[in-house]
Design a protein around this ligand. Structure first.
Ligand SMILES: [Zn+2]
Length: 72
């Protein structure tokens, strides 16, 4: 593999990791007060609404949510 491709791959992987590190999942309903770190969280599995992905900062500061006790 060419060095260029390797560095491109490393860059892609590291940015993908950063994104997943900052992303949290929210059940899109007004009664939900928490955000979830993992999409496979049991509490999130009970969500009957749409699951939206936002950054952790958005969830806390803009939406006023707190970390889920199950997966957080
Ligand atoms: Zn959770």
């Amino acid at each position: 593999m060419k060095p260029f491709l390797i560095s491109l791959l490393a860059l892609t992987l590291s940015s993908a990791f950063r994104t997943s590190e900052n992303s949290v999942y929210i059940c899109d309903t007004k009664t939900s007060e928490v955000y979830h770190i993992t999409k496979s969280c049991n509490a999130l599995g009970r969500c009957k609404h749409e699951i939206i992905t936002v950054t952790k900062e958005e969830a806390e500061k803009k939406l006023g949510k707190r970390a889920c006790k199950v997966c957080g």
